[in-house]
Design a protein. Sequence first.
Length: 169
Amino acid sequence: MFFSRKSQSCAVSVFLTSSLFSGASEEAKLQVTISPGSLEIAPSSVIGPHTPTSGAVSVTGAYQADRVTFEIPDIVVNDLNGDSLGWRITATPGDLSNGFSTMPVGTVAGFLNPSDETHTSIESANSVLFASGVGIANYTIDYHIAYDVPQFADVGEYTGSITFSIVAE
């Protein structure tokens, strides 16, 4: 078959004209899944070792109440799980020990100085409730604790730990 150039141009023009004015439209469907992040205590904010903020200890013949104190400042909580429930953080302090000798937990001032006071309820020295329905990143809170030094305490290095736990409410 033989077509002239003129007829080919005309056919193309007619096709474009009908597509532009046909009113047809197509819709692109989009879908994304947002996965929950974590509810966490940032490990780097509690890792130690932590040294006493006060209480240079030497052996005496007297019981020394609250003689060694520690502060763990700026414990960081990130609530990125998207459940809108809030959370509870708890602390479980243990005694300090040196072999068979121990320095028992003394006064626990506990959790202090929350970065969001409006939504924070300090329920006890070792329990805090964050009751906002909104997630939060870089929430900070401090923890303070003291240890008693027994009469005639054994000389040496004493070590121990505090376990911090967090759960969604």
